[in-house]
Design a protein around this ligand. Structure first.
Ligand code: UDP
Length: 330
């Protein structure tokens, strides 16, 4: 019987790139998405789509039985740090409670492998940068805590039941499909590169820099920006790793180098050729000063080979996608 991969959140930004990567690898994705932030149109023709919640145990149980599902890649979640500070219980419901339901279904129906979207936010304010996976997890915002609790559930469930998992701790995901088939279509953008390319294309009046007094060289926060296509590839690598019977793991996905907010903005200005207003503002709640991954584990254990480790390329692909959104809307 053919094996299917259930992609929760497959109509969202990262999930839609995952579906393309799965199709490219000859896999059979099934998309489950509640369309709260995703888009039906982001799911390619021919890919089965089910509108529903990843917390709906009856629905997921039915899907697992209908196709045989060999693995679940669980993206469906809320991801905005300041929103999690303002609405923590929504984050625990959507990110933690729903993941528990999904995991319980996997265990109950014998789905052997889970790939989970975790986050650098599980580290909080790290002791050392770059951050390796052995550093303590100590999230400083509800978003990071909502995700870390899922890592704990996975760890405990994998000890008690015949499942294995990879918890991929994403650093800052950005860019768009190099072939222009997918990108970030959020209704309310909050992420830096998305906001900056919108400013460059005149879709918003400039950009705010949240904090210029951090203990970094230029005072703005440093992040490790990862191309979304490389991130999707890391999930394929994780799937192959788990199928090979290798042990469950948590693994950073980043490029082991960081850029400051001001450097990102300068890059967007240079690559787009457009100058736009930059307003220096107060810190945003919940932001650690610097988050940069070590990626030896992803490379050595998952066999991950980054292909787009270049900020100009990430920005160019984000700009290309943002322009294509404008021409579609026009
Ligand atoms: N940021 C900013 N202006 C914006 C959006 C983000 O200065 O309009 C900063 C934010 O404070 C953080 C960095 O950019 O220091 C990355 O934030 P983002 O929301 O993109 O990702 P996060 O690291 O919170 O997941």
């Amino acid at each position: 019987e053919p094996r299917h991969i259930l992609v929760s959140g497959g109509a969202g930004y990262i999930g839609s790139h995952m579906v393309l990567a799965l199709l490219g690898a000859g896999e059979r994705p099934i998309v489950l998405d509640d369309l709260s932030t995703g888009f039906r149109a982001a799911v390619p023709a021919g890919v089965p789509f089910v509108e529903g919640s990843s917390g709906d145990a009856a629905l997921i149980g039915e899907l697992i039985e209908r196709y045989p599902i060999e693995a679940i890649i669980h993206f469906a979640a809320s991801i905005v740090v300041p929103e999690s500070v303002a609405h923590p219980l929504d984050y625990y419901a959507n990110n933690t409670v729903n993941a528990r339901a999904m995991l319980a279904c996997a265990v109950a129906h014998g789905v052997p492998h889970i790939v989970f979207s975790s986050t650098a936010a599980v580290y909080g304010e790290p002791e050392r940068v770059p951050i390796d996976e052995e550093q303590p997890t100590a999230p400083i915002n509800p978003y990071g805590r909502s995700k870390l609790m899922v890592e704990w559930m996975l760890e405990d469930a994998a000890k008690a039941h015949p499942i294995s998992y990879a918890a991929l701790r994403y650093f800052n995901v950005a860019g768009a499909d190099p072939q222009g088939r997918a990108g970030q279509s959020s209704r309310d953008a909050t992420h830096l590169i998305k906001i900056a390319v919108q400013a460059a294309l005149g879709k918003r009046p400039g950009i705010d820099v949240f904090g210029t007094d951090y203990p970094t060289p230029d005072g703005s926060c440093i992040r490790d920006y990862v191309h979304v296509a490389d991130l999707a590839q890391a999930h394929l690598d994780a799937l192959r790793y788990l199928r090979g019977g290798a042990p469950s793991l948590a693994c950073n996905i980043g490029y082991q180098r960081g850029f400051s907010v001001l450097e990102v903005i300068d890059t967007v200005k240079r690559v787009s050729g457009v100058d736009f207003e930059v307003r220096l503002r107060e810190r945003r709640p919940g932001d650690p000063a610097s988050l940069v991954a070590t990626n030896e584990r992803a490379i050595s254990r998952l066999g991950w080979t980054p292909r787009y480790d270049d900020l100009d390329t990430i920005v160019r692909h984000a700009l290309d996608w943002e322009r294509s959104l404008s021409s579609r809307a026009a």
